[in-house]
Design a protein around this ligand. Sequence first.
Ligand SMILES: Nc1ncnc2c1ncn2[C@@H]1O[C@H](COP(=O)(O)OP(=O)(O)OP(=O)(O)O)[C@@H](O)[C@H]1O
Ligand SMILES: [Mg+2]
Length: 243
Amino acid sequence: MASSLVLANIDAGYGAVRVLEDVSLSVGEGETVALLGTNGNGKSTLMKSIMGIVRPSAGRITATIDGVAHELVGRSTEEIVDLGIAFVPEGRRLFPKQTVTENLLLGAYRPTARSAIARNLDFCFETFPRLKERARQLAGSMSGGEQQMLALARALMSSPRILLIDEPSVGLAPLLVKRTIDKIKELKEGFNLTVLMAEQNFTQAVRIADRGYVIVHGRIAFEGESAEALNNNELIREFYLGA
Ligand SMILES: Nc1ncnc2c1ncn2[C@@H]1O[C@H](COP(=O)(O)OP(=O)(O)OP(=O)(O)O)[C@@H](O)[C@H]1O
Ligand SMILES: [Mg+2]
């Protein structure tokens, strides 16, 4: 059933600091959409606005989950997760003193995910064999790449329909970035997810994105209807590809 996300005319910021201005974007059923932008342009603020961590001062955010529309602005983060939206925050935010398995179980607090714990855990261990091998290792002692896999797996433990991923490539070596991005594509297909991914790594993000948006100073500066349109865009050439 259809799960999608629509942001309409969002303004958001921190106290008197306005970061997002009139941001509108959408992620359609089964799409992978990239939110591209360099440091400080508002990618994380946009993700946090969707998750109810930052409260927009104007605009609407509508998530349709399995065919039912829900307005997100004004809801708590917990309610938003309960609806079926999972978030992999920038810098992973794992519980470093808890084991791999404990971190995964903490991802399953959503009521509808509780009955699926055993199945989801099996799936995570099957998808990420390294996590199975390291099930009892403390999360904080895993390598950066392993921690990113754990953060992705933890998000899947909530049986989400929509997955938001904030800069999965941060702090990873090029080969690991590529593997992580490939994994996101595999998970999206395996779980039938709708994905919004914030990235600075244009080349890697565009490999798996159906389309994308470029955010500059808190505004959507360009909307590319395909990976090709993004590749050919002047703004992107200028900012990312050094052309
Ligand atoms: N808690 C906060 N309080 C005040 N200003 C903030 C806060 N968090 C972010 N900002 C400001 O909001 C702007 C956008 O930050 P944001 O984290 O959304 O950017 P980003 O695109 O995710 O950047 P990066 O790629 O570095 O993660 C920046 O100017 C930042 O300083
Ligand atoms: Mg960020």
